[in-house]
Design a protein. Structure first.
Length: 529
């Protein structure tokens, strides 16, 4: 290893895993940010939802507080993109995770193994999502074996025991097996993206003693999207072998932690901090407009202020739903939903359509002309008949009288019925218009349709008309007023992440049929017709 690497690892080894405050100017910290994954989903309105999975931490692995919107910058291509976003955490998503834990089981780890097993079970896996797969592999002079299983089947069953070997362990061989397990990780439905993690607990020794292989193993993991997080412990306080663990973490963009004393509190601190790095990873959801040119470009996150750092670059891929390409349509419940609508009519179709309209117009005009003619004929009075053979200028015969025309019959009087009180069908206003509604197109309540009323309240607080629990919604986030005519207006109730209408943040605005409302990670269409 070169001198720079040795220096970095020595700094890592000297780092004490104690809480760090970002505003403690007396502590000189180095800060790191890593983009773990980038997902792009087509929105049901226009544009995309760009999700960036970001880990931001100090040198010792302590997570940074990035809740201030001004502390995060998105850079796409060669410049910064100012795009609105919502900030959440990994635990609030339904993402899939696969974790393989490697634990050294040589004879010098005999006393530590029960404490390690308890801390893995309680502090690392404790409350991770049920969409997490886990495997625990022991390694000594022989390569560890195992397979991925559900976290439910793993909790409470982590058992570790020494193999009584005293030589250098098969660390890298077991790591190769862990990477193979992660490569075969399955999801339901098939094809969903998986966050892949390897946790190595050991002293850094490996029977091969090949430093270049250590570097290659870390680079391979990074290429396959696997982060290697290492926890170093040496029963005899041998620190130099720990450099191999630092190299694995560095090359795979993972983190390194050092347990100095074999005590329950020491293991708890290390595994709890690693748990937080997994569960509290930041998820930035950017709402990208149709005019924002981001697809296919490289992006990175820059943190500014007192925690300055620049993440790795990652390419923004094609829009997809749960890993399946969705070039047209939008995502709903991991599926690509295509917009409804027929294809083109063609020349013949248009000719038939126009011809049909013309024929229909002629028929309608003919019917109207017939009824007008009949009405006019009924109003014309025929002149009285004259004597036979009479010509104009001739005298009329004595005593001749013109025939009497029968008196026209009076028109029949229709009986007037009393108008019944109008019956308002369900779902309609007294004026006959449908009651306005919200159709939810994305978020935790996708597919639901809610009728509105005056004072309709949206938020995460129980008792709201529409309760949204996605981590981005305020207690009483927004409210809708409705007049008797059905006209509606949307008000933001001073929410933290804002209320957006057609991609624009609002304080209050009238609602028109078809517009899109976004609150947190939930999008909904306003329906008034």
């Amino acid at each position: 290893m070169n001198r720079a690497l040795v220096a970095i690892c020595l700094v890592l080894l000297c780092t004490v895993a104690t809480p760090v405050r970002a505003d403690d100017e007396a502590t000189h910290q180095s800060y790191f940010s890593v983009v773990d994954r980038v997902d792009v989903e087509p929105s049901s309105l226009t544009g995309y939802r760009l999700r960036v999975y970001l880990t931001a931490h100090a040198l010792g692995g302590q997570l940074l507080d990035l809740t201030d919107p001004k502390s995060i910058q998105l850079h796409v291509g060669s410049g910064e993109k100012k795009i609105p976003y919502a900030l959440g955490t990994y635990a609030e998503t339904d993402s899939d995770t696969a974790i393989v834990v490697l634990v050294q089981a040589t004879i010098d780890y005999t006393d530590a193994l029960p404490l390690i097993a308890e801390s893995i079970d309680r502090d690392l896996l404790g409350d991770l999502s049920d969409r997490t797969q886990v495997a625990v592999l022991q390694f000594g002079e022989t390569t560890g074996t195992g397979k991925l299983g559900t976290i439910k089947s793993t909790r409470g069953k982590v058992m570790l025991a020494t193999d009584n070997s005293a030589g250098d362990p098969a660390l890298l061989d077991t790591l190769d097996r862990a990477l193979l397990l992660l490569k075969k990780a399955k999801t339901t439905p098939e094809g969903r993206p998986v966050r892949k993690i390897v946790v190595v607990v050991g002293d850094g020794r490996d029977m091969a003693g090949d430093k270049d292989r250590v570097t290659r193993a870390g680079q391979r993991a990074d290429k396959e999207g696997v982060r290697i997080h290492t926890i170093a412990y040496s029963a005899n306080d041998a620190r130099r072998p720990m450099l191999a663990l630092g190299e694995l973490s560095k090359r795979s963009q993972g983190t390194f932690r050092w347990v100095r004393k074999d005590a329950a509190d020491s293991w708890k601190a290390a595994f709890t901090q690693l748990h937080d790095e997994i569960a509290k990873q930041y998820v930035l959801t950017y709402f990208v407009g149709p005019d924002d040119d981001v697809i296919g470009k490289k992006m990175k996150i820059v943190t500014v202020g007192r925690t300055e750092s620049t993440s790795n670059e990652m390419k923004i891929g094609e829009p997809s739903c749960a890993g399946n390409v969705c070039a047209t349509g939008y995502c709903a419940e991991d599926k690509c939903i295509q917009y409804k609508g027929g294809g083109g009519r063609g020349v013949l179709g248009w000719i038939l359509l126009v011809g049909g309209i013309l024929v229909g117009a002629v028929v309608v005009l003919g019917v109207i002309g017939f009824f007008i003619t009949k009405r006019q004929q009924g109003q014309i009075q025929m002149p009285p008949a004259m004597p036979p053979g009479w010509q104009p200028g001739m005298p009329l015969p004595p005593g001749w009288q013109p025939p009497q025309m029968p008196a026209p019959k009076p028109p029949k009087q229709k009986k007037q019925k009393l108008a019944a009180a109008p019956v308002v069908p369900p779902g309609y206003l007294p004026n006959g218009r449908p009651i306005p509604a919200l159709m939810i197109t994305s978020g935790p309540r996708t597919g639901e349709r809610h009728l509105l009323r005056n004072g309709y309240l949206i938020g995460k607080q129980p008792g709201c008309d529409l309760v949204i629990e996605d981590g981005y919604t305020s207690s009483m986030h927004a409210q809708i007023s409705m007049e008797e005519s059905g006209a509606c207006k949307l008000y933001d109730r001073g929410s933290t992440n804002g209320t957006f209408v057609n991609g624009v943040r609002i304080t209050d605005t009238p609602l028109q049929h078809g517009i899109m409302i976004r609150i947190g990670s939930t999008e909904m269409r306003f329906l008034a017709e």
